[in-house]
Design a protein around this ligand. Sequence first.
Ligand code: ZN
Length: 340
Amino acid sequence: MDDCPQQTPLFTFGVIADIQYADIDDGYNYSRTRRRYYRGGLQLLRNAQESWSESPVKPEFILQLGDIIDGFNKDHGASDRALDTVLREFSSSAVEVHHVWGNHEFYNFSRSALLRSKLNSSPHADRSLSGALAGTDIYAYHFSPFPGFTFVVLDAYDVSLLGREETSEQYGDALSLIRQYNNNENLNCPPESEGLQQRFSMINGGFSKVQLDWLDSVLSSADEKRERVTIVSHLPVHPYSTDPICLAWNFNELLAIIRSHSSVVCYMCGHDHDGGYHRDKDTGVHHLTVEGVIETPPDGNAFGTVSVYEDRMVLKGNGRIADRVFLFPGCQSDADHREK
Ligand code: ZN
């Protein structure tokens, strides 16, 4: 951590991913290679909250990167109860939480129910003024916690078989897209290909043209104002930041937009419980996949605290999450660093 400056950060925020809480006994992931601690996540969230409340610079907000409760809750009729339990834990501090939606949100709730729920953290005014997104049911918004910094929350299941009525045009479009690559009867099973095409399963989704156009315009405005933008969503979009089985269907379209704007400094997501990190060679944008709470043993931890400075963000990881420094592309310190 030689790169860490000794000054006070402009602001800090917390990150936590894939809590997947359920009041059921431990189990295993789909391939039975990883244990899942369905109840244990609550204590790990409590550890995170305690650490954030005790930190010298209190977080301005928390990013909850999706899959807050597990799909098993639905089978037990416990979706509302489980969500209340986790949100009560979050509300033990007054810090604002920005919620991202993952596949497990849609296993438990319909899109319209989610939009009405406490998992809709978009500021009301922003939703009604969000240009192309006004009047849609896409869950995407942006906020600015500090002058010069913007965070964009994206909806990675806007194009998906999850949360859409089977009679809807969106469902039909998503089905024909996935069917081009996946011939399995059970579309939760990835196609038996190697590499990038494994992403075409029902546990993933993508971003519609409407949402991509909206993002493009948000980033153009941020470019003009020379802001620093961090994008957050549930699904990874850089193939080197994740197992490709977890990538967003049209990750390449989102990457192309990120690459065409100078304002983006970081993309953060969850979904791949093993986590991952890659710095995009062309742009210097940092792609961070945060390790999932659900596969973290009770004596471990999986949360991070990010301190933001003029020229960098410094991630202090806890437990499975590594410490990292994200130098902002284009800063003098970044140029010096890259020359070494
Ligand atoms: Zn997920």
